[in-house]
Design a protein around this ligand. Structure first.
Ligand SMILES: NC(=O)C1=CN([C@@H]2O[C@H](COP(=O)(O)OP(=O)(O)OC[C@H]3O[C@@H](n4cnc5c(N)ncnc54)[C@H](OP(=O)(O)O)[C@@H]3O)[C@@H](O)[C@H]2O)C=CC1
Ligand SMILES: O=C(CO)COP(=O)(O)O
Length: 336
């Protein structure tokens, strides 16, 4: 049995706390908000996010960061990506040399274009940062529905340690050395999910969705491999797997926000209505900056940015995508 601390008591942190608890580990769940600590202690439930899912009494709930960190064999960091740096900075004084921090947040820092584990390593240089990602909605994981994810770490022993702690009859964990590819897949798929939601909101069909997923993974792979991620990772759970779930699922926050925009809401109205973190809105700008840096064409992500930040009409954005210059499907398969 391991001692674990989960930093962030939103839907994903809570769902993973349940997985660890069900696997027999000791779990302390930390929330930044006094009000939510009180409510979690009283209700033992996350109202509005995971209704009907009981948080067992054995899971310790705290607002004391030190208590959630000191002496833990593994920390899971599950706050929104925009708060990763500040949260890591606050954690730093309590983190022991070599203490394991598994990041489960999906994003790219807009100001530095760093992935989340790099941000954590900036703020806590003495820690051992790793990642867990894949097609995994909290609503399903918390109800014990079969789910598969991938654990990425700098060394195999760490990845296998994470695999052992999380793996269960309903939660299957693979390992991988490609942390960069895993994290970029998780962050970039959210931007494509906004596009898929917009298409749904406009009343487009399955053909459009399939096109967005297929051309979307091409854009994600182009950015990811230019940065040093592996194509194999984009073909796997944290790439195409996560893209499929987020573009298709009723649970997806990003797809839902896109849907509302396709129906005519502004970005802010859509985010307010979803009520949970819509990471794609933050990753969209970072993806554009990366594309400029590596001189990569990402037409879908570019149009998403225009809809989000330049008030472009979603219909016009789709029409522009359809009327781009004629292309060969795959530049690695040219005519002789
Ligand atoms: N939900 C899911 O199915 C999955 C989510 N993820 C990723 O996990 C991360 C968290 O998402 P999720 O749990 O869904 O988000 P939620 O919106 O459900 O919860 C976010 C949590 O973070 C807290 N929070 C807000 N601001 C801060 C801050 N400044 N410092 C610390 N905590 C803060 C919120 O508290 P409060 O409510 O008080 O504001 C809330 O408890 C995201 O990066 C997401 O992409 C990954 C896989 C699956
Ligand atoms: O990353 C997630 C699921 O893997 C959560 O994001 P969405 O809710 O937008 O799908």
């Amino acid at each position: 049995m391991a001692k674990t601390g989960v930093i962030g008591a939103g839907s994903w942190g809570t769902a993973l706390a349940l997985v660890l608890h069900q696997n027999g580990h000791e779990v302390t769940l930390w929330s930044h908000s006094e009000a939510s600590v009180k409510s979690l202690l009283k209700e033992r439930e996350l109202p509005g996010k995971l209704p009907g899912v009981k948080i067992p009494e054995e899971i310790q709930i705290t607002g004391d960061l030190e208590q959630a960190i000191r002496g833990m064999d593994m920390l899971v960091l599950a706050v929104p990506s925009a708060c990763i740096r500040s949260t890591a900075r606050n954690m730093s004084p309590f983190v022991a040399d070599g203490q394991l921090i598994v990041c489960v947040s999906k994003g790219i820092e807009e100001s530095t274009l760093k992935i989340m584990t790099e941000v954590i390593e900036d703020e806590i240089p003495n820690c051992r940062a790793a990642v867990l990602s894949g097609p995994s909605h909290a609503e399903e994981v918390s109800r014990g529905l079969p789910t598969t994810v991938v654990a990425g770490a700098h060394d195999r022993e760490t990845a296998e340690y994470i695999q052992n702690l999380f793996m269960s009859r309903v939660f299957r964990v693979y390992t991988s050395p490609d942390m960069l590819g895993i994290e970029l897949g998780g962050a970039l798929k959210n931007v494509i999910a906004l596009a898929a939601g917009i298409a749904d909101g406009l009343g487009y069909g399955d053909n459009t969705k399939a096109a967005l997923i297929t051309r979307g993974i091409a854009e994600m792979s182009r950015i990811g491999t230019a940065m040093g991620g592996r194509q194999e990772t984009f073909n796997g759970l944290s790439g195409i797997g996560d893209l499929i779930v987020t573009c298709a699922s009723v649970h997806s926050r990003n797809r839902k926000a896109g849907y509302l925009m396709g129906q005519g809401r502004s970005m802010q109205e859509a985010m307010d209505e979803v009520k949970m973190v819509v990471e794609g809105v933050y990753s969209a700008k970072a993806a554009m900056a990366l594309a400029r840096k590596y001189q990569i064409e990402i037409p879908i992500i570019e149009q998403v940015n225009k809809v989000l930040f330049e008030n472009k009409s979603p219909k016009e954005a789709v029409s522009e995508l359809m009327l781009r210059d004629k292309k060969i499907e795959n530049s690695q398969l040219p005519w002789e």
